[in-house]
Design a protein around this ligand. Structure first.
Ligand SMILES: *Cc1c(COP(=O)(O)O)cnc(C)c1O
Length: 389
C-alpha cells in the first residue's frame, strides 16, 4: 500500500478524532522506527509514553508471544497467575496494597472516582477536587475531572461533583475542602497541560492537608508512571504515598492496560460485583507488564532515566532557539522562543524525528531504554530543524 492509499482509507473510514502527521510506521526497534519506504525515524514519543522499553523489545515480545501461545484470556471468575503476580510486583514497586486492572488510563481514573465516592458515601461527601489545567481522560467522568474547559465543550452535561483548584495554591485548595469533598486528584507532572511539574512543597502540603481532613489523595500516574520521571511513580520523587494511584500508558510496554492501586487504608473497598472489566488483568497483557515492571523498578534503571533526562535537558537548553525546558526525568516540555510547536513537529517528522506537543510546547517522551547514540541522533535532527525555522 502506498502512503496515499493509507491516508485515503483513514479519511474515509476512520472518525476524524486525531490531527495526524503524514507518517505511517511499519516497524520499530528501541528508539528507531521505519515507514514502508524504509525511511528511518528517531522516536522521542514512545507512542505518548507507552513503549517504555522501546519498539518491540525482544524480551518483552517473547513474554507476550509466549503467553499468547499458552492461554490468551480467561474470565475473571478464575484465577490467573500472570495477573496475581503482576499485582504483587506492582504493589512492591509502588508501596501500595492492592490493584484493580482495567484497560486504559481513563478507566483507571473512573475506578479511582468510584473508590472516592464510596469512601465518602457514609458522610455524604461526594465531591472531588482536581487541578486547573489537568488532564484525566476522555470518558464523561474523566472529562469532568479534567480541569480544562476546552475539552468539555460540546459534551455537556458531564458527571457532577468536580471542583477545580489552581496548582500550587495550597490555601485556596484547603478552602474547597468543606465536608462535601471526599478526594483530591492530581498529576505529579501535568502532561497534556504542557509538562508542568508540581511544586514539591505543594504535593507534600497536600498530603498533610488530605490526612488532616480525611480526604483521599489520588495521584494520576497515567503519564508520569512506570519510570517516566526517573522514579517508578512520580510521587516517590516527591517523597509521599497517595491513597490511590492510577497507572496505564507505559505499564504494559505497548499493550492496553490500566491499573488503579490503593493503599492499606482502602484494602477491599469494593465488594465483589461493584467493579469489573472484561479484559482487565488479561494474561497476555500482564505478561508484557511483568517484563516492564521487572526492569523499570530496578534502581539502576531509574537512575539512568534521570541521567538521560538530565543529558537531554542540558543539550536542549544549549540551543539558542529554546526559551526553557521543564519536566522530570524523560518527560520534557520545550518552549521555543518563536515558531509554533505543531509546525516544528511536522518539520521534525519530515527530517526523521518523531516528537509530541503539549499545549504550545514541544514534548519529548523518549523510550526509557533509548541509547546514547539514539539520543544524539534525535538531538542533532532537532537542532537542525530549529536552525531552519
Ligand atoms: C493519557 C492520560 C489519561 C488517559 O489515558 P487513556 O489510556 O487514553 O484513557 C489520563 N490521565 C493522564 C494524566 C494521561 O496522560
Amino acid at each position: 500500500m502506498t502512503f496515499q492509499e493509507i491516508k485515503d482509507q483513514d479519511q474515509q473510514y476512520i472518525m476524524h478524532t486525531y490531527g495526524r502527521v503524514d507518517v505511517a510506521l511499519v516497524k520499530g526497534r528501541n528508539a528507531r522506527a521505519w515507514d514502508a519506504q524504509g525511511k528511518e525515524y528517531i522516536d522521542f514519543t514512545s507512542g505518548i509514553g507507552v513503549n517504555c522499553l522501546g519498539y518491540s523489545d525482544p524480551q518483552w515480545a517473547a513474554a507476550v508471544a509466549g503467553q499468547a501461545g499458552e492461554i490468551q484470556h480467561l474470565c475473571n471468575y478464575y484465577y490467573s497467575p500472570q495477573n496475581t503476580a503482576l499485582a504483587e510486583e506492582l504493589c512492591q514497586a509502588s508501596g501500595m496494597a492492592q490493584a484493580f486492572f482495567c484497560n486504559s488510563g481513563a478507566e483507571a481514573n473512573e475506578c479511582a472516582v468510584k473508590i472516592a465516592r464510596k469512601y465518602g458515601e457514609k458522610r455524604n461527601a461526594h465531591k472531588i477536587v482536581t487541578l486547573v489545567n489537568s488532564f484525566h481522560g476522555r470518558t464523561l467522568t474523566t472529562l469532568a475531572a479534567t480541569g480544562q474547559e476546552g475539552f468539555h465543550k460540546d459534551f455537556l452535561p458531564l458527571t457532577e461533583g468536580f471542583l477545580y483548584a489552581p496548582a500550587g495554591d495550597l490555601e485556596g485548595l484547603a478552602q474547597l475542602l468543606d465536608g462535601s469533598v471526599c478526594a483530591v486528584l492530581i498529576e505529579g507532572v501535568q502532561g497534556e497541560g504542557g509538562v508542568v511539574p508540581m511544586d514539591e512543597g505543594f504535593v507534600r502540603g497536600l498530603r498533610k492537608l488530605c490526612d488532616e481532613r480525611d480526604v483521599l489523595l489520588m495521584m494520576d500516574e497515567v503519564q508520569t508512571g512506570v519510570g517516566r520521571t526517573g522514579y517508578f511513580y512520580s510521587y516517590q520523587g516527591y517523597g509521599i504515598v497517595p491513597d490511590v494511584a492510577t497507572s496505564a500508558k507505559g505499564l504494559a510496554g505497548g499493550l492496553p492496560i490500566g491499573a488503579c492501586l490503593v493503599g492499606e487504608k482502602l484494602r477491599n473497598i469494593f465488594k465483589p460485583g461493584q467493579q469489573g472489566s472484561t479484559f482487565g488483568g488479561n494474561p497476555v497483557v500482564c505478561a508484557g507488564a511483568r517484563e516492564v515492571v521487572r526492569r523499570v523498578r530496578e534502581p539502576e534503571f531509574l537512575a539512568e532515566v534521570r541521567e538521560k533526562g538530565q543529558y537531554l535537558t542540558e543539550k536542549l537548553k544549549a540551543l539558542p532557539q529554546v526559551e526553557f525546558v521543564r519536566g522530570r526525568g524523560m518527560m520534557l516540555g520545550i518552549q521555543l522562543r518563536s515558531g509554533g510547536a505543531h509546525d516544528v513537529l511536522i518539520q521534525c517528522a519530515e527530517a526523521g524525528l518523531l516528537v509530541l506537543t503539549a499545549k504550545e510546547l514541544i514534548r519529548f517522551l523518549p523510550p526509557l531504554t533509548i541509547t546514547q547514540e539514539e539520543m544524539d541522533r534525535g538531538l542533532s535532527i532537532f537542532a537542525h530543524v530549529l536552525e531552519t525555522l
